[in-house]
Design a protein around this ligand. Structure first.
Ligand code: NDP
Length: 347
């Protein structure tokens, strides 16, 4: 069958395309320009006609995806702005919400063959900032960022603007399903991943071209001799939760295939981290896996069970375990393969 992947040239989407093609699906990717499409076609050359692309210059335009959805069986919608530089929050919210509504509308046209839509939301639509350590579930919604944007507009932290855009886009997706349940012939699966990291398969030639999450990882672990300017204390307290991009792509395929996830919201996450843990793994594997960078930032290694290490945010992943049965790669596997990738790229 054929899957439409939106924003196919992105970091995560290119892995979804790759994984689908490996499993024998036909894939149509949407991109914003011909050049981006041609670059992808080159990456997926060995799959020949199983991969094709269409150019959708403005995803918010009514009917933007009408042509792209023709004859596809399922959709993985990932296109959405991911940056911490936008000043006006509406510049994130408009494409996030408008793009989501627009693809759902196109998939609902008469004659559509679409039966499943997997939307990549984020834990940004789940977590709220809390001074106490907390474990979140699919029941939680990040209304906090939306309220802050409604109140203080562009005078918010960049991350708040991004989180609001993801919350509003996911809300819009569920509202569309609710409002149109009498006519739609597809069901929705929402995936909520945390920080997505790991090797790269899309078209980038330098680390500076990496998107937010992969670029952040590179700069924390490899780029700066001081781990992004963080103090040892910060490296032991700052962190989040993570998933290997390849595991997330596998999870997307499971979400496209499995009946039991219809109309479910699913947090997929390998576990929590503080940056010092990644540095410790990285240092244990270099120079073997990254000979060109023998001196990675070290911080102050964690020894034994360090009572200082507190995970501020965690997620209950039992729903993903139950419905999807994802196997998560380890930090070691992620670093080994990501370092091998950097090395092959001459970074
Ligand atoms: P990338 O920046 O690598 O890819 C984003 C994709 O969306 C690109 O194809 C980009 O196209 C497209 N896009 C961005 N803005 C617009 C716009 N205004 N109109 C149309 N298309 C647009 O990001 P990721 O791969 O990291 O993210 C993909 C999805 O995963 C996003 O929905 C993101 O919110 C979500 N996510 C990511 C996480 C992460 O850690 N990376 C964590 C949780 C969720 P172009 O190249 O033309 O700009």
């Amino acid at each position: 069958s054929t899957v439409l992947v939106t924003g196919a040239n992105g970091y995560i989407a290119a892995w979804i395309v790759h994984t689908l093609l490996e499993k024998g699906y036909r894939v149509r990717g949407t991109v914003r320009t011909q050049d981006k499409g041609r670059a992808l076609q080159k990456i997926f050359e060995r799959f020949e006609t199983k991969f094709e692309f269409v150019v959708v210059p403005d995803i918010t335009k009514d009917g933007a995806f009408d042509e792209a959805v023709q004859d596809v069986d399922a959709i993985a919608h990932t296109a959405s702005p991911v940056n911490l530089t936008t000043v006006d929050p509406q510049d994130l919210i408009r494409p996030a919400v408008g793009g989501t509504e627009s693809i759902l509308r196109s998939a609902s046209q008469a004659g559509s063959k679409v039966r499943r839509i997997v939307y990549t939301s984020s834990v940004a639509a789940v977590l709220e900032v809390d001074p106490k350590p907390r474990t979140f579930t699919e029941e939680n919604w990040n209304n906090q960022s939306v309220t802050q944007i409604e109140r203080d507009g562009k005078n918010n932290l960049p991350i708040t603007k991004y989180r609001a855009s993801k919350t509003l886009a996911e809300r819009a997706a569920w509202k569309f399903v609710e409002d149109n349940k009498a006519i739609i012939e597809w069901d929705l699966v929402v995936m909520n991943p945390p920080l997505v990291i790991g090797p790269i398969t899309h078209d980038v030639s330098t680390p500076s071209e990496l998107g937010l999450s992969a670029g952040y990882f590179y700069s924390m672990i490899v780029d700066h001799s001081d781990a992004g300017g963080n103090t040892p204390e910060e490296l032991r307290s700052a962190g989040g939760c993570w998933i290997d991009v390849r595991d997330f792509a596998e999870a997307q395929v499971l979400a496209l295939q499995k009946d039991n996830v219809a109309n479910e919201r699913v947090i997929v996450c390998a576990g929590p981290f503080v940056w010092q843990e990644w540095l410790d793994v990285a240092n244990s594997l270099t120079p073997t896996y990254l000979p060109s960078h023998p001196n990675l930032p070290k911080g102050v290694p964690i020894t034994g069970s360090d009572p200082e290490i507190v995970y501020q945010v965690q997620y209950d992943t039992s729903k993903a375990d139950r419905l999807l049965g994802i196997k998560y790669r380890s930090k070691e596997d992620l670093i080994k393969d990501t370092f091998a990738d950097y090395e092959a790229r001459g970074w």
